[in-house]
Design a protein around this ligand. Structure first.
Ligand code: GTP
Ligand code: MG
Length: 338
């Protein structure tokens, strides 16, 4: 069905529609993926009505049963996004696959945000160059997205940097509720804007900062679970890739093995399709290692961070010299715009 709306759900009266709207449920996808209890709590509608609405929304979107053949057909549509580094693409068996969620895990300065910014550029490369020819949705929870850096990276891929920046839809998230609300809104954007990559950098920081202590852990994990599954739904439903970043948390109680582990616990561990651990290594190189994936071996590779972005240690990706000479003027113009 083409673009179903809330009013298409039979039995929704004006009062219920108004309550749903006031609670922020403005599109059918959000209704289909929101847990029943949350829908009731937020909108104040009764359990029976909520149940009816959720089921009807799922049915309208065709979210329930499909045949294995339909699943096979859907998976066949998956595309690969180049990371801009041959080493990294090889590690991922050809790049980042749409319909999946890739989690970049690492300590500060390991290159998570740099990789995210580079993907903003590579997503916009045409299909024949390994890109997805689409736009990017960037949710920034830490304020570390630098348009100027993406501008330089875009140039090193021979793309028009201004166009690249125009095709990145950016939002700064101020707390976990805001972050979750923005993902709800993303359903409409993804449908309308040919978005092929959704980035959340970092996924976990607000959740960790706001829900401190054991007594808040289960509530935090519930919220996180809900948030992540909406991201997965976006990836699968709209054939786009999702990249999230995560921090390392140290466990002082660990006597054996590595005391550092990814934050987010089991909720995140089970939801991410591929988990990649990044760390700083010798002479400015960085190591990326697959630590959990249903189809990739636990291999590792190296990359470097240069003025061009993320590159292989022996890369020959060079800046366009003409572009470099006009770089300063363009950067000043860009800063005035942002
Ligand atoms: P946190 O967000 O703090 O957890 O870290 P992160 O993993 O996101 O780190 P990020 O991706 O921001 O990497 C930061 C590192 O990238 C810095 O330590 C620099 O070494 C490197 N870097 C950033 N910009 C440039 C640049 O323009 N040129 C070069 N050569 N390196 C850069
Ligand atoms: Mg970062």
């Amino acid at each position: 069905m083409d673009d179903p709306k809330i009013v298409d759900i039979s039995g929704i009266g004006e009062t219920t529609a108004a309550k749903l709207k006031a609670a922020g449920f403005t599109n059918i996808e959000a209704l289909a993926v929101t847990p029943l209890r949350e829908l009731i709590e937020k909108s104040g509608i009764g359990e029976k009505t909520a149940d009816k609405i959720t089921n009807a929304a799922r049915e309208l979107l065709g979210l329930d049963f499909i045949t294995a053949m339909e699943l096979y057909e859907r998976r066949k549509k998956a595309q690969r996004l180049t990371t801009g580094s041959k080493n990294f693409d090889d590690l991922l068996a050809g790049g980042i696959e749409t319909q999946t969620m890739v989690e970049l895990i690492g300590e500060f300065g390991s290159g998570k945000s740099q990789l995210c910014m580079q993907f903003c550029a590579t997503t916009q490369l045409p299909l024949e160059k390994g890109g997805l020819g689409g736009k990017v949705l960037f949710l920034d929870t830490e304020g570390t997205f630098y348009p100027r850096r993406v501008h330089d990276m875009a140039k090193s891929f021979g793309l028009d940097p201004d166009e690249v920046l125009n095709n990145i839809i950016y939002a700064r998230c101020y707390n976990s509720d805001h972050q979750m609300l923005l993902v709800n809104r993303a359903f409409r954007l993804v449908r309308e804007e040919n978005i092929k990559l959704i980035i959340v950098d970092s996924l976990i920081s607000h959740f960790r900062g706001e829900y401190v202590g054991r007594e808040n852990l289960s509530y935090r994990q519930q919220k996180l679970n809900n948030h992540i599954h909406k991201l997965l739904r976006l990836a699968e439903g709209y054939n786009c890739a999702v990249v999230i970043t995560n921090q390392i948390q140290s466990n002082p109680a660990a006597f054996f093995g590595d005391p550092n582990r990814p934050a987010g616990g089991n909720v995140l561990a089970h939801a991410s399709t591929h988990r990649i651990y990044l760390r700083k290594s010798k002479a400015g190189t960085r190591v990326a290692k697959i630590i959990d994936s249903p189809c990739l071996p636990e291999e590792s590779t190296t990359f470097v961070i240069t003025s061009n972005g993320i590159e292989d240690p022996d890369s020959d990706r060079t800046m366009n010299t003409e572009a470099v000479s006009t770089e300063v003027t363009e950067q000043v113009e860009l800063l005035e715009k942002t």
